[in-house]
Write a protein that binds this ligand. Structure first.
Ligand code: TXA
Ligand code: MG
Length: 313
């Protein structure tokens, strides 16, 4: 059930979460499928609803840096990143604090001794977390392996009655999941996302290690992910017979759905998942995607497209 996210709906959503229910809610990146991170049965329902493999750990969404400090051990670089970018599209993977680790369900961490934490910037998400009074475990609110939802209707398409309430807060602004940084112990980029690598490196004063070279694999980094039903062909300049073109930039053919006619990577990121869904709904044999420059948010867009085009398991 989609409900406009006013005060009454947020209060009701918080009650549902405390009672062990599932609430889908907007963040500035994508819609999340939330459950009380301290309630194992509630978190289990997330995995069921998404059809998600059990070994894939979840992000705990909290209200503030202080609330995150209660759950994980920060180092100096992590504090600098949190102070600069929270609330916002950055997730930090840090060791759990021994004193509070027992409060978080083992299904959230999938048995790891680290926990992913993030303070989202969307007002509805902030008010929901505050009203619930518990950390909220929330993956993106899509079926496992499908593209992430950027509006309430996408959530309903994928999850329908498996979720107790869908809080509608409009279309999400970033459109890509958060950037994930772990410390192993050097800062390592586990997933490019809504915050560009360059911005993080500017604060750290050194380059981020890449998960591919670090050998630290976030369990979510399976090759095939974010997949629409149609196949994907990358670096296309035009559509071949049977294909629909997902265009980018001013040089694109007329009439094609264009991620950003002006070539703006932020706009392209915000449109990516909605446009993949829109093209998929027209049932082409394949979606042909024009090349996306690899700087700034282009790194995350390329990452999602590469996964969407990978062979299916
Ligand atoms: O923007 C976002 O991050 C959205 C919104 C809802 O906040 N959430 C999201 O969650 O994208 P999800 O579950 O789709 O992706 C979380 C990623 C997964 O790839 C998972 O493997 C990784 O975070 N992750 C979570 N905990 C981890 C940990 N302790 N160590 C390494 N990776 C972890
Ligand atoms: Mg996801």
């Amino acid at each position: 059930m989609i409900v406009e996210a006013d005060n009454g709906a947020i209060a009701e959503a918080a009650r549902i979460l405390r009672a062990g229910g599932l609430v889908a809610f907007p963040t500035e990146t994508v819609y999340g499928l939330g459950a009380d991170a301290t309630n194992g049965k509630a978190v289990a329902r997330i995995y069921e609803a998404k059809g998600r493999p059990r070994f894939n750990p979840l992000i705990a969404h909290v209200e503030s840096l202080d609330a995150a400090r209660d759950l994980v051990e920060f180092n100096g670089e992590a504090v600098a990143l949190a102070e600069r970018f929270w609330p916002g599209p950055l997730t930090l993977v840090l060791p759990q604090r021994a004193e509070t680790a027992h409060r978080i369900s083992g299904l959230v961490t999938a048995g790891l001794d680290t926990l992913a934490v993030r303070v989202p910037a969307h007002p509805v998400a902030c008010r929901l977390i505050a009203a619930a009074g518990v950390p909220i475990a929330a993956p993106s609110a899509n079926l496992s392996g499908r593209v992430s939802p950027t509006c309430a209707r996408h959530v309903e398409e994928d999850l329908g009655n498996a979720v107790d309430m869908i809080l509608d807060g409009g279309v999400t602004q970033a459109g890509l999941e958060s950037t994930i940084v772990a410390f192993s112990p050097v800062p390592t980029l586990l997933r490019p996302g809504g915050l560009a690598r360059e911005e993080i490196e500017a604060v750290l004063g050194r380059p981020l290690k890449d998960y591919r070279e670090a050998g630290v694999l976030s369990p979510g980094q399976l090759a095939s992910h974010y997949a629409p039903l149609a196949g994907i062909r990358l670096n296309a300049s035009t559509a071949e017979p049977g294909e629909l073109l997902l265009a980018f930039g001013p040089g694109a053919p007329d009439g094609a759905l264009n991620l950003s006619p002006s070539g703006d990577l932020r706009e392209a990121a915000a449109n990516l998942f909605a446009y993949l869904r829109e093209l998929d709904a027209r049932h082409p044999a394949r979606i042909a995607v024009m090349p996306i420059p690899r700087h700034g948010l282009g790194e995350a867009i390329d990452d999602r497209l590469a996964r969407a085009s990978a062979p299916r398991p």
